[in-house]
Design a binder for this molecule. Sequence first.
Ligand code: AMP
Ligand code: ZN
Length: 431
Amino acid sequence: MFWNREIETIERKDLEKLQLARLQKALAAAATTPFYRKVFSDHNVDVSKVTTLEHLQDLPLTTKHDLRLSYPDGMVPISRSDIVRLHASSGTTGKSTVIFYSQRDVDEWADLVARSMVATGTTRDDVFQNMMGYGLFTGGLGLHYGAERLGAMVIPSSTGNSLKQIQLMQDFQTTVIHITPSYSLHLVEVIKENGVNPPDLTVKKAYLGAEPYSEETRDKIEKLWGLEAYNSYGMSEMNGPGVAFECVHKNGMHLWEDFYIIEVINPETGQPLPDGEEGELVLTHINREAMPIIRYRTRDLTRIIPEECSCGRTHRRMERIKGRTDDMLIVGGVNVFPSQIESVLMRIPEVGNNYQIVLEREENLDRMYIRVELYSKMFHGDLNELKRLNQKIGEELRALITINPRIELLEPGSLPPSMGKAKRVIDNRKI
Ligand code: AMP
Ligand code: ZN
């Protein structure tokens, strides 16, 4: 199923022609803003000399710090009266940054989201319960407008209030949900506690995004809920959700290249990497009036999947985000991504739905504690079994990350549940 077959299956050479025309327009608009006027002048960039897509690689990168420097509207080329909305990043790291939209931007964003939802088989007959935060965060309103554009019935339930969520799902026969992976793992337990078998609900599909999660977590969510889960990627700097989305094949996310130019760079040197190699994703929004952002360093680590997708879409796919360059932990000199720890934990059947990584400095040495909730059936008094499990988790983690974490096994519900983006890592070493 396609939302716009022509654009989604466009020949690569036509796509590149469209990208170049849009890029030139975006650069010309950016050059009129206070921020880029200065950056381009400092780097001797003449945007009228950008005549190929490759020339983009000679332009300076834009960072989150630059967005803060240009706060509030140093990157806006249009007049205040043409702006209809603003959103802000959820501040995954540091102070939030603000993004502006014109009416056309809001409309086209809804279109991209509708396109993404249709790629997973959603139709106007679906009932869509949106359990992402409404407000400055883009997750709620972003999918909301897209689902309405598609014609689905939207339940704007936002995050939290789990009992109400369950009632809404039951009363209105929700078929598609939008939810963070961490909240979905909490909610599914609340559903069970209320005597409902999650697969008996009418929910058939989940859109999971806003935070990194492993393939093993996706599998677990699919099994517990009895649904198909699709990965959804976006960030406020690039509109919000609808930047990249999985199609029915669930094998990497199509990045909508008529709106975004993708690059993957070596995060240390800033040099572009060929397709297939892992690095930091850099995105240029080439079709936004209120805020053209050029070569934005997302901090997200991924790789482009070079092979074509059998769905027929020509827009390239990117792999699940491995983590952010700024969430890599260095523990006793060893580099570890929380996603690596998560993938080990979620493979172990006794492990429940929540965990936390705590880092301490003890006698000048880094120490990692992993606090893991187990399923309640594990707590029936057999201490030897728990000891064996503790050992097994420790060994599997050590085999992958080469450090020796201390494992703490907990009863379900011991750790704070997550409603939005989960806070998995508590690093007490910096204090
Ligand atoms: P925000 O701008 O506050 O919406 O945060 C955007 C950030 O959330 C991205 O840069 C990613 O780090 C993270 N994120 C969003 N969607 C996903 C996803 N599907 N997988 C992993 N990380 C994601
Ligand atoms: Zn596909």
